[in-house]
Design a protein around this ligand. Structure first.
Ligand code: SAH
Length: 263
């Protein structure tokens, strides 16, 4: 189904992005990419020496929850088999980190079910050269996957504490191709636009015009759209400056909270 001729989508407010801090996730170590590559930073080397006791559970998650449900992009499957999801959940939920459901994180927010993360990333069809904007960093788990699939990730989170924790976790894993920003992601990051892909991990009543504006021609955005109780994933492609929207799966996300100060 195609839609998107709504005039609202093309009335672009060009406000500045309100934000408190920018966290550049760096290790201070040699700038080597840690996960999924032969070269390791110091942090990754420590992980290598202490075998990951969750590796078996992680591989099982990939096979039974992701591949078995029709996702076959090998780069994505590799990333999900590599990124330690248990590092992004609170210690008391670690044993459930690879189960087939969402989990609570700090500030009353949620880390999405692994399959929904996989589905959204699959629909984006990222290239190693892609520049990606993520709205709703949350735990940083999806952000970590994005760093494995794209060239650089800009991720915006309105909760300063979540942004700080996510940034720390990403740094600890030696992931350097990511910039975490505290602020209202519904305004995007105009200073870094245009983006090849945009992924929104919180439910919007409608597609934020600023985000569509910051998508490059030919780019893709995935976003849950609808009321707080239930939404629909929408895959938006920008063609000839217009939005081609494909309605996808039903879903339920925490709300995208626009305006006001960062929490
Ligand atoms: N993908 C995340 C899940 C994030 S939950 C993960 O893997 O953990 C959605 C997140 O969106 C929450 O952390 C919430 O604080 C954030 N959020 C809500 N409204 C926002 C806004 N306007 N700008 C940026 N982040 C927002």
């Amino acid at each position: 189904m195609a839609a998107g001729d709504s005039p609202a989508l093309f009335a672009y407010p060009r406000g500045r992005v309100a934000r408190d801090h920018i966290y550049q996730a760096t290790t201070g170590q040699a700038p080597k990419t840690a996960i999924g590559h032969k070269e390791y930073s110091g942090a990754a080397l420590v992980a290598e020496l202490q075998p990951d006791r969750f590796a078996v559970e992680r591989q099982h998650m990939v096979e039974t929850q992701v591949r078995a449900r029709g996702i076959s992009d090998q780069r994505l499957l590799n990333a999900m088999a590599t990124v330690p999801r248990h590092e992004f959940v609170e210690p008391r939920y670690r044993d459930q980190a690879y189960e087939d459901h969402p989990l609570p994180i700090a500030a009353g927010q949620t880390i999405s079910q692994p399959y929904i993360v996989a589905l959204m990333l699959d629909l984006l069809q990222l290239e190693p050269s892609s520049k990606v904007l993520e709205i709703g960093t949350g735990s940083g788990y999806q952000t970590a996957l994005l760093t494995q699939l794209a060239k650089h990730v800009y991720s915006v989170e309105r909760h300063a504490e979540l942004a700080r924790q996510a940034s720390d976790n990403l740094s600890r894993l030696g992931l350097t191709n990511v910039t975490v920003v505290t602020g209202d992601g519904s305004k995007g990051l105009p200073e870094h636009a245009p983006f090849d892909a945009i992924i929104v991990s919180a439910a919007a009543a409608q597609i934020p015009p600023a985000l569509f504006d910051q998508l490059r021609e030919g780019g893709r955005m995935i976003i849950p759209v609808g009321p707080p109780e239930a939404q629909e994933l929408q895959l938006v492609r920008k063609q000839g400056g217009k939005a081609l929207v494909v309605m996808r799966e039903g879903c339920r996300f925490v709300p995208l909270i626009s305006g006001g100060d960062s929490a």
